[in-house]
Design a protein around this ligand. Structure first.
Ligand code: 9PG
Length: 531
């Protein structure tokens, strides 16, 4: 089938030659592949960890993702309005004969879209290589991954560490007291890493411990290490908020547009986010010093988050293509952190390959499967939720020969969790097929039975066999994720009006600040209930 199909597609490129094991290698700043059929399904492949990746019907275009103010942190803002099916670096269509036709860039700063019967690829600047394949989906992605490895390298491919992370229980309400308690309550459960997430720092940009960590970050890491575990730390080194000292002290470090205005990197923690220019020598020095500082505190597992900010469109100190600028920044971070385990998050996919050990491959999970307002009314597949995380993570497992694919944490707890037993089971199975185990459940929230399940999950080393796009065998059990990843339908009628209103409101800073304050209040209430 594949040989025949390969003969029937028409390629337009500056140069093209047959690839050694079938398909073609192209060269050109713009290339196209004309299909001998009308495609009905397209593989959207979103830009960064949290962006949507999924096979979708060509005839059912994606409704606009809302609110718009959050686009910079949820998709590639350069292509947010594109009406046609499209994605970053690669795209594919299903063939009538049960295979796929695939077009994928072998370099950075590239985008693919489907224009009728044509797959079109374009590099944002200059020329680059492409791979075209036709035939079996799994085989083609394996070959693509292999070609990427030759160009970008790969991370450590031995087993991923088993991680306890503070985010999906305590969120920013962490303190050294609470974390000491959680650490003690974990007892001898075989977690390799105890990772402190967002909430320890003074501000986004001011990476020093706040008043909830009076003993200092080094004392905390020593306690973690004394439990036999690696200490892990979250940072978002490429973004900065206006309330930080960094922002006030170094206006010239901020990524700006042609008019000189700071480029928006989104809105979170009740504030607008801005990006650091990773081509500025002083920024690179500061990033390297930051990595050395946290290594010096004793943290040997680093989760670096909101990394997309380094690759946003803008006018830089050096005139480099944006993903090349990002990758240079990432290289400096990697070198400065030495042999620490490096997990990238909110990270553009291709330019992170070879420089990190693990990559978050989907949006955040949450203690709810489908958040009605955000996922349904706002048509947003990148917001926290079990289903959103499952869908996108599954479509990025092809990356597993290159790095550890982190599908985010799983839940065992029934306290403070609205997931059904089946939904928790789906996420637990996902962690097994992705090969990355993490949870944020506070150990004191587990029943004895739940704690027993956690131990069994941590100790398992199941045989995994992929039997189809969404089907796997985990030891002898068949798992089918297929029925659980369908996108909610686009809102109609009254729901559409509601969505439009919420979308508008959700772009207003005063609403976002209010939502943030409400979230903080809910966390304070939780802390009060816990003590
Ligand atoms: C800490 C968290 C956790 C989590 C990360 C990241 O507003 N947003 O669009 C948005 C997206 C993701 C996000 C936070 C906000 O989560 O994925 O694991 O570390 O940061 O703040």
């Amino acid at each position: 089938m594949s040989a025949k199909l390969a003969e029937r597609i028409t390629i337009t490129a500056e140069k093209s030659r047959p690839a050694p094991d079938g398909g073609f290698l192209l060269n050109g700043s713009e290339v196209s592949v004309e299909l001998p059929f009308e495609p009905s399904r397209y593989l959207y492949h979103g830009w960064q960890s949290w962006s949507l990746a999924a096979w979708l019907e060509v005839a059912r275009p994606l409704p606009p993702q809302k609110p718009r103010r959050l686009h910079p942190m949820q998709l590639d803002p350069a292509y947010a309005g594109l009406p046609r099916p499209n994605g970053s670096w690669l795209g594919a269509v299903e063939t009538p004969e049960d295979g796929v036709v695939f077009l994928g860039a072998l370099g950075l700063d590239a985008h693919v879209e489907l224009d009728g019967r044509r797959l079109r690829g374009r590099y944002e600047s200059g020329n680059g290589e492409w791979f075209v394949g036709a035939g079996d989906e799994t085989t083609i992605f394996a070959r693509y991954a292999d070609m990427l490895e030759k160009r970008f390298g790969k991370g450590r491919v031995d087993r991923a560490p088993r991680v306890w992370c503070s985010w999906y229980s305590l969120y920013t309400a962490i303190s050294e007291t609470i974390l000491y308690q959680a650490l003690a309550d974990l007892g001898d459960l075989p977690f390799d890493v105890f990772q402190v997430d967002d909430g320890w720092q003074r501000a986004i940009g001011d990476w020093e411990p706040n008043e909830k960590f009076p003993s200092g970050m080094d004392v905390l890491s020593a306690r973690i290490q004394a439990s036999g575990r690696t200490a892990g730390l979250w940072l978002a080194p490429l973004i900065v908020v206006p309330s930080s000292s960094l922002f006030r002290q170094h206006p010239d470090w901020i990524l700006r547009d042609e008019k000189g205005n700071p480029v928006s990197a989104g809105f979170n923690w009740g504030e607008p986010l801005y990006a650091l220019d990773t081509t500025h020598p002083a920024v690179l020095e500061w990033l390297a010093a930051l990595m050395q500082k946290v290594r010096g505190w004793g943290y040997d597992y680093l989760k670096l988050d909101f990394l997309y900010a380094g690759a946003l469109p803008g006018k830089r100190y050096l005139d480099l293509p944006r993903e090349a600028a990002y990758r240079n920044g990432l290289k400096v971070l990697r070198e400065a952190m030495g042999d620490a385990y490096f997990l990238t998050c909110g990270a553009p996919i291709l330019p992170s390959i070879g420089l990190c050990d693990g990559l978050r491959v989907g949006p955040d999970v949450a203690e709810v499967w489908i958040p009605q307002r955000d996922a349904v009314l706002l048509s947003n597949p990148t917001v926290p939720g079990g289903q959103n995380a499952l869908r996108t993570s599954l479509h990025r497992l092809w990356l597993s020969p290159l790095l550890h694919t982190d599908p985010d944490v799983v839940y065992f707890r029934s306290q403070r969790c609205n997931l059904s037993a089946q939904e928790k089971g789906l996420l637990q199975d996902l962690s097994l097929v992705a090969g990355f185990k993490a949870t944020s459940d506070l150990p004191s929230w587990w029943s004895d039975e739940e704690r027993r399940q956690v131990r069994a999950w941590l100790e398992r080393r199941p045989r995994i066999k992929r039997t189809g796009r969404y089907t796997f065998k985990i030891d002898d059990r068949e798992v089918d994720f297929g029925p659980h990843i369908e996108l909610p339908p686009a809102p109609q009628g009254w729901q559409k009006l509601q969505g439009d209103l919420f979308g508008w409101l959700g772009s207003q800073p005063f609403i976002l600040r209010t939502l943030h304050k409400n979230g903080q209040r809910a966390l304070q209430k939780m802390l009060a209930e816990m003590s």
